[in-house]
Design a protein around this ligand. Structure first.
Ligand code: GDP
Ligand code: IMO
Ligand code: MG
Length: 458
């Protein structure tokens, strides 16, 4: 029988958290690297201090894992706050929603005892990922790769994220969640959109010798009609809802998906995702005005991981990289791909923290470093023999930089059972102090493992 996660909400983390003081009523959890920093774990535990948990960007490309007792949950579109029965979970207007993916996620969660009803609300302004977006995602990657003669691919998750955001910007070919509630109008609209998509994708596929089966507008409409029935009760004007919630004194926690260095404007473009995943995306992606979010908690894994293509200056191709991957279980939550692993890159983290206005760091991954005899952190980039003064805009430059490392002693013993910062081995405390000194932001939380009770409050 499935154990309800509600039973586990009494994990010891609750009492520990009382010591965490926040500046304002609203806070955000943001990834400071290339994703998979442990945002899900931090969001799950912090949810108990908030009334609402809001996703504002990304889509089913995100994979946030949360451990509750023996149970492991992987959240993709549903906010991680769903595992706390008291929270209202909002999927904001900035998210792109694959109805099939969110429905199967809801079903999977319900089968494991998670109650989902009016506690999950989806913005009527959020955009719908349709089946042709996923085909477009794959065809485009293949075509560009073929065109470049095997050049480096973005390595998307294939979830249709880029094409859906592109349609949002194009407008004429976009569909929003609210349109699922007006089926006759949608049926008419889909006829035109699917015709355009078939022309575009058919030409692209034939130009590059790829197979393509044209889409049937009526079949897509029927799918939409089914989604309308299944999801209709969750679709809402979440803009109004969030404004009312703020006015009545409710506390909101924003859960970032993807991460700062994958931000479409500020990340390692073009090896990024298609949304503003730094804190800058909160405001457009949820309709909460800038300045309202007092605490920007940057999640920093104490080493680096990256999945997909693109530069990663501190990547390790040796046994240490492999050890980090194995000890850290660094295999994609969404695609199962092995993640590229390497040393902590503080130049990149400092850039991400400045960009996001980070007010406190949640340090994860300490238990993975505990197994290594000596640690390195990147504190500078050298490019063509000179020190780079800042994080470069050009991915091609970043690809060529040489990291400047500082060596620090290994922790000497495991950290998983430490219950306070003071109990951490001296070298682990030194490591944390070096991080906050370099980044200029205090470390306020540290994870010594993935369980709820393994989050230490400073
Ligand atoms: P998210 O996408 O930011 O929510 O993170 P994921 O759950 O996708 O991935 C986190 C990755 O970091 C997993 O591979 C974990 O095994 C690894 N990891 C290593 N140490 C920690 C830790 O202390 N906490 C968490 N949450 N993950 C850790
Ligand atoms: P979470 O929320 C790690 C990466 C993909 C790819 C690039 C573009 O779990 O941290 P996309 O499908 O978005 O067009 O892919 O971005 N990517 C992520 N990598 N964690 C994520 O999310 C990611 N979301 C996107 O691997 O390189
Ligand atoms: Mg993830």
């Amino acid at each position: 029988m499935a154990t309800s996660p509600t039973a586990a909400t009494a994990d010891p983390a609750a009492s520990n958290l009382d010591r965490l003081t926040l500046r304002g009523s609203h806070a955000a959890i943001i990834g400071m690297q290339w994703g998979d920093e442990g945002k899900g774990q931090i969001t799950d535990v912090l949810t108990q201090k908030f009334d609402l948990v809001v996703r504002y960007n990304g889509g089913a490309n995100a994979g946030h894992t949360v451990l509750i007792g023996e149970q492991k949950f992987a959240l993709h579109l549903v906010p991680s706050g769903i595992l706390n029965p008291k929270a209202i979970n909002v999927v904001g207007n900035g998210v792109v929603i694959d109805p099939e993916a969110i429905l199967s996620e809801i079903q999977g969660l319900r089968e494991r005892g998670v109650v989902i009803g009016p506690n999950l609300l989806i913005s009527d302004r959020a955009h719908v990922v349709l089946p042709y977006h996923k085909v477009q995602d794959r065809l485009l990657e293949q075509a560009l790769n073929q065109g470049r003669g095997g050049g480096e691919m973005i390595g998307t998750t294939g979830r249709g994220i880029g094409p859906c955001y592109a349609d949002k910007a194009l407008r004429g070919t976009a569909v929003r969640m609210g349109e699922l509630l007006d089926l006759p109008a949608l049926r008419d609209k889909l006829r035109h959109i699917v015709d355009v998509k078939n022309h575009m994708l058919g030409a692209l596929a034939s130009g590059y010798g790829q197979a393509f089966e044209p889409f049937d507008a009526e079949a897509i409409y029927q799918q939409c009609a089914a989604w309308s029935q299944q999801l209709g009760a969750h679709i809402r004007d979440t803009t109004d809802l969030l404004h009312n919630a703020m006015e009545s004194g409710k506390r909101i926690l924003f859960e970032g998906a993807n991460a700062c260095l994958l931000d479409v404007d500020h990340g390692t473009y073009p090896f990024v995702t298609s949304s503003n995943c730094s804190s800058l995306g909160i405001y457009a992606g949820s309709a909460v005005p800038g300045g309202r979010v007092g605490d920007i908690i940057g999640v920093v894994k104490m080493y680096t991981s990256r999945v997909g293509g693109g530069p990663m200056p501190t990547e390790l191709h040796d046994a240490t990289g492999e050890q980090i991957r194995q000890t850290g279980h660094e295999f994609g939550t969404t695609t199962g791909r092995p993640r590229r692993c390497g040393w902590l890159d503080l130049v990149a983290v400092r850039y991400a923290a400045r960009l996001s206005g980070c007010t406190g760091i949640a340090a994860t991954g300490l238990s993975v470093l505990a197994g290594l005899p000596e640690l390195k952190i990147c504190v500078g980039y050298r490019y063509k023999g000179r020190d780079l003064p800042s994080f470069p805009a050009d991915a091609n430059v970043l690809k060529q930089v040489e990291p400047v490392y500082e060596a620090l002693p290994g922790f000497g013993r495991p950290v998983a059972e430490c219950t306070s910062f003071g109990e951490l081995p001296g070298p682990a405390q030194t490591y944390i102090k070096r991080v906050e000194a370099f980044v200029g932001v205090p470390v306020i939380l540290a994870c010594v493992g993935r369980r709820r009770d393994q989050i230490l409050v400073r």
